[in-house]
Design a protein around this ligand. Structure first.
Ligand code: FE2
Length: 459
């Protein structure tokens, strides 16, 4: 941008009171065309209300959430490439529901209820490959498409009609290489549910990603407590102080669009320091941004952002090929993160190939299961690598035990360090509300507003 405009923009106070530069100020320094996705910066003002503490704690709210929200939304069940061949299956569980997500002989993916219709035993206890699903108790067997295949002692079941003895199925939808399921026959299609997400991701398609790492870990808190710790950068200064020298935590842009229920976004800029870091040189910003970066220097006329982005581009050139040329600095280094309601968080662009998923663990309002995926681009011209096996950490293992997460493990351990104390604190706040920032925590407020619309719908 011309110097005059730049200095004018630097002088104009931000209407929301945010520190300068804003993400939109930083985007003016880009040297390649900025995609339309980044040029949007909506602030949908939905007030300043906090969240009822019991929504993270109470059995009543949890049961309604399971029935009315989880029972009606589209939710990510697995990646397509986890079940490439006929008979390949994984389990998807939410609350008491358990479904077998299986590839059929016809190539279609189905979600079959994982319960024998005879005496109610779960048919499958773990993922695998099968030609059919035979109950280990008495041997009732269903085909991969859910049709009854075999009845033991048919003479004793004159009352059983094979056609009406199929396994119940959930709806299945596909987007971005993900398999989604929905338990509500009356819900809109996945395409309608996702609103603008497919259009937004057309620039960096998730179907071109593969699973290089997948780690799960149980957590000692409500699933929303865990999720809400990963959708704002407000906590960086106090929870991840080592990162405040190169993440513009308070400069982060948080986007909630009026009329959009099922997604929100944040853009957290890197290569600028948090206001909490005090006076800090450009060299120090760059040096702190990567391990072993102590000798890095920002050349005259450049910025730490530009240097970080160039280093990232050099790293990505092998996988992205010529597409690396259209990568803005923001897409190369910033946390650009879409939160797809209710529980899927996907990083957009190529700063880090992270996907998070958060679910209740079993039927306990105070336990959650978090999935972390690393999903880099399939290198141009290469075959799709096989997805990495899932590492299942126990609740007492640190994330750093999952070596495939690299340096992220230590960061996640800092996040998780708050969870047990958050959960017990929320329990002590019965009848009260949390206090949320008007701007930096507006995504959380928006999420709870949509959650309430589901939970309060008694249909
Ligand atoms: Fe964090």
């Amino acid at each position: 941008m011309p110097a005059d405009d730049a200095s004018r923009s630097a002088r104009t106070p931000d209407p929301l009171g945010r520190p300068k530069p804003t993400v939109q100020d930083l985007l003016k320094e880009e040297r390649v065309e900025t995609p339309w996705q980044l040029e949007e910066a909506p602030f949908h003002d939905i007030g300043v209300a906090g969240v009822r503490a019991e929504d993270y704690v109470s059995r009543l709210f949890f049961d309604r959430e399971i029935a009315r929200m989880w029972g009606r939304v589209w939710q990510m069940a697995c990646r397509e490439d986890e079940i490439p061949n006929a008979g390949d299956h994984v389990l998807y569980e939410i609350g008491a529901r358990s479904y077998i997500i299986v590839r059929g002989e016809d190539g279609a993916v189905r979600a079959l209820r994982n319960v024998c219709l005879h005496r109610g035993r779960r048919l499958r206890d773990c993922p695998g490959r099968a030609a059919s699903f035979r109950c280990p108790f008495h041997g009732f067997t269903w085909s991969l498409n859910g049709a009854l295949k075999e009845t033991p002692t048919p003479w004793d079941f004159p009352h059983l009609e094979a056609q009406s003895f199929s396994l119940p199925q959930a709806r299945v939808g596909h987007w971005g290489g993900f398999v989604f399921v929905c338990f509500d026959p009356a819900a809109p299609s996945l395409e309608a549910y996702l609103e603008d997400i497919p259009a937004i991701f057309a620039r960096w398609p998730m179907e071109e990603r593969f699973t290089a790492a997948h780690v799960t870990r149980p957590l000692p808190c409500n699933w929303k407590v865990a999720l809400e710790a990963f959708v704002e950068s407000f906590h960086v200064t106090d929870t991840h102080p080592q990162a405040a020298t190169y993440i513009g935590d308070f400069h982060t842009q948080y986007d909630v669009w009026e009329g959009k229920r099922h997604y929100s976004r944040m853009i957290s800029p890197r290569g600028i320091a948090s206001p909490s870091a005090g006076a800090i040189s450009d060299d120090e910003i760059l040096q702190s941004s990567e391990p072993g970066g102590a000798n890095l220097r920002v050349p005259e006329g450049s910025t730490p952002r530009r240097e970080m982005a160039e280093r990232r581009r050099a790293h990505l050139r092998k996988t992205l090929g010529p597409d690396v040329a259209r990568l803005t600095d923001s897409e190369a280094i910033d946390t650009i993160q879409y939160w797809i309601f209710p529980n899927l968080v996907v990083w957009w662009g190529h700063a880090a190939p992270i996907v998070y998923r958060f679910r209740p663990l079993g039927e306990d309002p105070e336990r959650a299961l978090m999935d972390v995926y690393l999903m880099p681009q399939v290198p141009r011209g290469a075959d799709r690598p096989k997805p990495a096996a899932t590492t299942e950490l126990t609740e007492h293992q640190p994330w750093t035990d999952a070596k495939e997460l690299g340096g992220l493990g230590a960061v996640f351990d800092q996040d998780v360090g708050n969870f047990a104390a958050l959960q017990s604190g929320l329990r002590a706040m019965a009848g009260e509300r949390t206090t949320l920032a008007r701007y930096q925590e507006n995504r959380i407020r928006h999420f709870h507003r949509v959650l309430a619309e589901y939970v309060e719908d008694e249909r």
